[in-house]
Design a protein around this ligand. Structure first.
Ligand code: NAD
Ligand code: MG
Length: 336
């Protein structure tokens, strides 16, 4: 938080005063007009999104890929203590790839708090993060299924979907979220192996998993793919990754048209910079990590918790006329 920002301190004092006055002045009027679904309690204080979460500079840090959220400093906020559900996904069955950490974990926690049973996929090296997520899902009284394995393998992708559906008792929500991102300043340093690995993880696995999932899905089911601001405004140091994110965006729009008549909606989320293990394991040049997110108009990266609501909205029937759409959350830069 930017404790040295005088505007912030002043705003916080004024915000606190306004909140206090509001509570006294408005509460009786609200209490007299119940019945329209509005809460009768005083309004929650407004939160300034600019200062709501950690801002750069961040401590220098690197982990071997794929990394653990639990070893990041500061620890990402996936909504562990903040996300409050209201039954929006009651009884739904969801599979989330990369559900152990970062954006996928925020979706997993939110889905469980909204009443869904959740299967997560991740790599065996991420077991520690995955266990934390499974415990959080079970704490909501929901079923948690953990299926580690490498989605670069087509046969595994098929098994992953089948096992998830079998153990959950169906499949209503698929979130294709896992990804590989390796920063290289020059195209000359991107090996064929890296290019292949990035496309296999980000594009082929989405294709294989989606293909296996569709025959198991009923009308009302939803598919949500994680694209990126890089699909629209690519960073120069991750052109292979950015190309996969463009492919995901187009795949989403095309498949949405194909599946609309079946009642299966397909949408994508396009995050800007988010504070996750992807970034501290080679996704960003190590020397640039301390200033990660500084160049957004908000001056900070997003925290995974700030995307949870978008994944919930796209999974729920509340967005029933939205398909083939890309929802951005980028702190003000670029985006769909
Ligand atoms: P993350 O590291 O927490 O999640 C990525 C996950 O991908 C890992 O947890 C891992 O489980 C999974 N994964 C990678 N390779 C795999 C493989 N071969 N087999 C199985 N699982 C594999 O990072 P994140 O930032 O939360 O990433 C989630 C999604 O968000 C990705 O699609 C990423 O491209 C996208 N995204 C992230 C940012 C950002 O700034 N963090 C910005 C835009 C888009
Ligand atoms: Mg992870």
């Amino acid at each position: 938080m930017d404790e040295n920002n005088p505007n912030r301190s002043r705003r916080m004092v004024l915000g606190g005063m306004a909140g206090g006055l509001l509570a006294g002045a408005v509460a009786p009027a609200v209490a007299q007009s119940p019945g329209n679904g509005m809460a009768t309690a005083a309004a929650a204080p407004l939160t300034n999104p600019v200062n709501a979460y950690p801002r750069p500079p961040f401590p220098s840090q690197q982990q071997p890929w794929p990394g653990l959220a639990s070893r990041m400093n500061p620890r990402p906020d996936h909504g562990e203590t903040s996300y409050k559900g209201s039954g929006r996904l009651r009884g739904r069955k969801a599979l989330i790839t990369g559900g152990d950490s970062g954006i996928g974990r925020a979706a997993a926690i939110a889905y469980a708090r909204e009443g869904a049973d959740v299967a997560i996929n991740y790599l065996p090296a991420e077991e520690e993060d995955a266990r934390e997520v499974a415990a959080l899902i079970r704490a909501e009284g929901r079923k948690a299924v953990t299926i580690p394995g490498d989605i670069k393998d087509e046969a595994f992708c098929k098994r992953l979907v089948e096992e998830s559906a079998r153990l959950l008792g169906g499949l209503d929500i698929l979130v294709n979220n896992a990804a590989r991102q390796v920063s290289q300043d020059s195209i000359l340093d991107i090996t064929t192996e890296q290019f292949d690995e990035t496309f296999k993880t980000n594009v082929y696995a989405m294709f294989w998993i989606t293909k296996a999932a569709i025959p198991l899905m009923k009308p009302g089911a939803t598919i949500i793919n994680t694209s990126s601001v890089n699909a629209y405004d690519p960073s120069e140091n991750i052109i292979d990754y950015a190309s996969t994110k463009g492919a995901i965006m187009i795949f989403t729009k095309g498949l949405a048209k194909q599946l609309a008549a079946k009642g299966i909606r397909v949408n994508a989320v396009a995050p800007g910079p988010f504070w996750t293990p992807l970034q501290v394991t080679g996704g960003q040049p190590p020397e640039k990590l301390p200033s990660f997110g500084k160049d957004t108009p908000m001056g900070r990266p997003g925290q995974p918790a700030e995307l949870a609501g978008v994944y919930v909205l796209l999974a729920s029937a509340e967005s029933s006329f939205a398909t083939g759409q890309v929802y951005g959350a980028v702190g003000g830069n670029g985006g769909p």
